[in-house]
Design a binder for this molecule. Structure first.
Ligand code: ATP
Length: 448
């Protein structure tokens, strides 16, 4: 059957187009929408949650399951508050903040160039800023019924500190020797002064972090190894190479714990921005936690008997930011040769929220189509849709990023075949129902 090659294709230029699609199709939308939303918090709908969990699964597969030298944990979000004194977050984890005396809005001092108009000065940019003050980004909560200061705890601003807390036990129970790594995926919270750019800077977000512990003499080698590994992952996610780069941190940008850092950056419509950081954290974390807990977190080499504090190479990816980058990268508006237009999300087939849509050409074909749906569900994430004309149904799946649409028609009963339509090329081919799972499975896999 014929295809309809696009006559022209346009990438995402305005974030508003993506924000609208995400709300309309249920990828991501404001949290607590019925109360007017809450700044810096977002909910993932039925499509978004699938994309996000596919991304997490791909990361876990690559970083933990495919390696013998990395193990996983799932720690509590609230840890002993001493954790954050030891890590330096109580002392250093702050951004300089300024207030506008006229419109009362609050900004990060290093971002006032993007402050926008002052609402009290009739839309001009004449803000009247206060002197910068430091604002700690950790979100506080209280534990138990007591109002005393001793009951204060923090929602973790990064997932990795629990890895350092648990380092000794995990090394023992997993029977790992240096070098090895510990990974975890989970929520982190930062009271960002100015959440913005859709989910890019949120107050609640997910991180996937891996801390790799090595001998001091091997830190450069492992840093390079992990940087290359992470770049391979981002390429495998299908990002356009021209929108991906690494950037080394200048000395004055480095966080308090960090010796060397490289960001993996994606070119969003609002500019080049970090989606992942690869950091050489040195012995800062284990050294500080040894000091604050009074427990020796050093290790002894069984052969040389050398006792040392391992160096830490960290890879830290934002799951929400990477989802946002995937959505930006996938978005295309195409004009077809027949004059129609379509919006298509060209997301990597292995990450697509819906992998296969089953579409009977007529409601009269519901029985065989439902039977096929049930069979495919055992293997793939499937969506069934029999409402509306077939062109409209294809367009809906294009917007959802569904790589394959399978159409059951009036010949299916006699020739045992269905039509498989490819999202990207819009090519259609007749495939025997009996071989359908085998034909689709390799095209829906994430590279190992
Ligand atoms: P930024 O400079 O953008 O504030 P950061 O350098 O503080 O980020 P890290 O502390 O290195 O970020 O965190 C690791 C990853 O966690 C980042 O690469 C990013 O993907 C994610 N991340 C950090 N802060 C946020 C946030 N407010 N919202 C969403 N993701 C975030």
């Amino acid at each position: 059957m014929g295809s309809q090659a696009p006559a022209s294709s346009r990438r995402l230029e305005r974030m508003d187009d993506l924000v609208a699609l995400c709300a309309r199709r249920g990828f991501v939308f404001p949290s607590s929408e019925i109360y007017g939303g809450i700044n810096g918090f977002w909910d993932y709908g039925p499509l978004g949650v699938e994309l996000k969990s596919n991304l997490k699964r791909a990361w876990w597969q690559r970083v933990v399951r495919e390696r013998a030298d990395v193990v996983g944990i799932d720690s509590s979000i609230i840890t002993h508050p001493r954790t954050w004194e030891a890590s330096g977050h109580v002392e250093f984890f702050s951004d300089p903040m300024v207030d506008c005396r006229a419109c009362k809005k609050r900004f990060r001092a290093d971002q006032i160039d993007d402050a926008g108009p002052c609402s009290a000065r009739e839309g001009t940019s004449q803000h009247e800023f206060t002197e910068p003050r430091n604002f700690n980004l950790m979100l506080q909560t209280r534990i138990g019924a007591s109002e005393e200061a001793a009951s204060i705890a923090y929602l973790r601003p990064e997932t990795c500190q629990a890895i350092f807390n648990d380092f000794k036990r995990v090394r023992e129970v997993a029977r790992q020797k240096i070098p090895f790594g510990i990974a975890q995926i989970g929520k982190a919270f930062r009271n960002e002064i100015n959440p913005r750019n859709f989910t890019f800077r949120s107050r609640e977000f997910e991180q996937a972090e891996m801390e790799f512990f090595c001998h001091p003499s091997e830190r450069e080698r492992w840093f390079e190894h992990w940087l290359q590994e992470r770049l391979r992952f981002h390429r495998d996610l299908g990002f356009d190479e021209r929108r991906l780069r690494t950037r080394a941190h200048a000395a004055d940008e480095l966080a308090h714990y960090c010796k060397v850092a490289q960001d993996v950056e994606y070119r969003f419509p609002f500019g080049w921005q970090e989606i992942e950081g690869v950091h050489d954290r040195g012995d800062w974390d284990l050294g500080r936690h040894s000091e604050y807990s009074g427990k020796d977190l050093g290790v002894t080499d069984p052969e040389t008997k050398e006792h040392f504090v391992p160096m830490v190479i960290e890879t830290s990816i934002g799951i929400d930011r990477t989802c946002l980058a995937l959505l930006c990268d996938a978005y295309a508006e195409e004009e077809l040769e027949n004059g129609e237009t379509r919006t298509v999300m060209r997301v990597h087939p292995a990450l697509a929220p819906i992998q296969v849509a089953v579409l009977p050409l007529s409601k009269k074909l519901a029985d065989p189509a439902r039977a096929l749906e049930q069979e495919l569900r055992r293997r793939f994430h499937v969506f069934y849709d029999e409402a509306g004309n077939i062109g409209r149904r294809y367009r809906r799946q294009d917007e959802a990023g569904t790589p394959f649409c399978v159409t059951v028609d009036f010949d299916t009963a006699s020739d045992g075949k269905v039509t498989v339509r490819d999202r990207d090329s819009m090519d259609q081919e007749r495939v025997a129902t009996a071989g359908l799972v085998a034909a689709l499975a390799p095209r829906l896999e994430f590279p190992g």
